[in-house]
Design a protein around this ligand. Structure first.
Ligand code: HGY
Ligand code: MN
Ligand code: MN
Length: 424
């Protein structure tokens, strides 16, 4: 690699290349289980394979790379001044089952392209620049989200990760150990706030606001929180023909009533803005001629207002208990995750907005309906988020798509914003 002379950030920004971003995203999309879309779940060998690709790219650029006990991969471009507090960017490499190729990966691809632009151009910078691929951001496998960035924020403990299980009963701690990570040393993954000056994540919007308003850049001011529970209803499995209706304890009918209550509550004006989803529901024995005796379903309550989020969750759970009583089934509810909404610092929102404007990119300041690693990192250092549009607002599905020219523009604004943070 021939180094050109040190040139300004403008010239470095001009080298951002959509083909390189596409090549990285396509390569990552090939690291998946068979089936539709991308399936690369938290703390699987496939996720670690994706991290190894990221680590190799960073080493090729001459960056020092470390992997922490929680599986986060962190590459560092050394600083050039006595300003030792780092700036950084990154996102996650794991996916949901049959997910898209951009959720998380777009932010890591942007981080890799920023690293390349800075190294190849010799762009002057003063602070250490860190590029991060977080582990296990999706809550799809273990219920709780953002596990790598939770560890970075110092929120993870061995007992915590040992208490989370996937649908096969494997604990997160065992899954981590099985791919060579150190749940027993997860506390060593915590970042030192004194070593950080700021962090900005690029992510696909996963909604349709940018597309509908024709805005290429979103700047996030609030990230939604989420309260998540698993509900188990236990009735009596019995013959579907010989059991009269008045003698049944049908767990699925009770669950169906609970699902409808979730929709009704989220739709009523008192809970305006709250989103409630039952995404997973398992029926036992799931046989045409047997009354369902046991049903387990998930509930995901999201809101940008923490009080409303938790009031909705409390309201739901009391309604579930009343339904269970009325239908004579037993109920057991386990909390599997509870994260507060996070308001991102206005200083970062303003900094990113100024760089988007300076780059001539129209932008919109907006909340994030999804959770993100930045939510956790904002506990350690000033953090910001840049959104790029999602076609049709779709995400967590194979049809997830963002145009590469939109990713180029987002990456250019990201590079400018990190540089502005570096100089601040
Ligand atoms: O579920 C979420 O909000 C994110 O995709 N982890
Ligand atoms: Mn994501
Ligand atoms: Mn996601």
């Amino acid at each position: 690699m021939t180094r050109t002379s040190a040139i300004g950030v403008e010239a470095a920004v001009a080298t951002v290349d959509g083909n390189r971003i596409k090549e990285f995203i396509d390569l990552m999309a090939s690291i998946t289980e068979a089936g539709p879309g991308v399936t690369r779940l938290a703390y699987t060998a496939l996720e670690r394979q994706a991290h190894e690709v990221f680590q190799a790219r960073m080493r090729e650029l001459g960056l020092a790379v470390t992997v922490d006990a929680a599986g986060n991969s962190i590459a560092e471009l050394a600083g050039t001044s006595e300003c030792s507090a780092a700036v950084g960017t990154g996102s996650h490499l794991d996916s949901v089952p049959a997910g898209g190729r951009f959720d998380g990966i777009a932010g890591v691809a942007a981080a890799v392209e920023v690293a390349r632009a800075v190294v190849d151009s010799g762009m002057p910078h003063q602070r250490p620049w860190r590029f991060v691929a977080f582990a296990a951001e999706e809550g799809a496998r273990f219920g709780q989200a953002c596990n790598g960035s939770r560890a970075a924020s110092g929120a993870s403990t061995l007992s915590g990760v040992a208490g989370l299980r996937d649908s096969a009963g494997i604990t997160m701690a065992d899954a981590m150990a099985a791919v060579g990570l150190r749940p027993d040393a997860i506390d060593t993954a915590a970042w030192d706030p004194n070593e950080w000056h700021g962090f900005i994540e690029l992510h696909v919007e996963q909604g349709n606001v940018l597309e509908v308003t024709g805005t290429p850049i979103g700047i996030v001011d609030v990230i939604s929180g989420s309260s998540r529970v698993m509900v188990e209803l236990s009735g009596t499995a019995s013959h579907s023909g010989a059991t009269p209706m008045h003698l049944r304890r049908d767990a699925l009918v009770a669950a169906a009533e609970c699902v409808l209550v979730c929709d009704q509550i989220a739709q009523n004006s008192q809970h305006r803005g709250t989103r409630v989803t039952v995404g997973k529901l398992e029926v036992e024995p799931s046989s045409i001629t047997t009354i369902p005796g046991r049903v387990v379903f998930s509930v995901d309550v999201r809101d940008v207002d923490g009080d409303r989020q938790r009031a909705t969750a409390r309201d739901l759970l009391s309604r579930f208990h009343a339904i269970a009583k009325n239908r004579d089934v037993d109920i057991d509810i386990k909390t599997i995750g509870d994260t507060s909404p996070v308001t991102l610092p206005a200083r970062l929102v303003d900094l990113v907005a100024a760089e988007a404007a300076a780059h001539g990119a129209p932008y919109r300041i907006m909340p994030s309906g999804a959770s993100h690693d930045t939510q956790q990192i904002s506990k350690v250092t000033s953090a910001g988020m840049i959104f790029v549009p999602s076609r049709g607002g779709l995400s967590h599905v194979p049809e997830e798509w963002t145009a590469y020219e939109e990713l180029v523009l987002g990456t250019q604004v990201l590079l400018r914003a990190i540089y502005a943070l570096d100089q601040a």
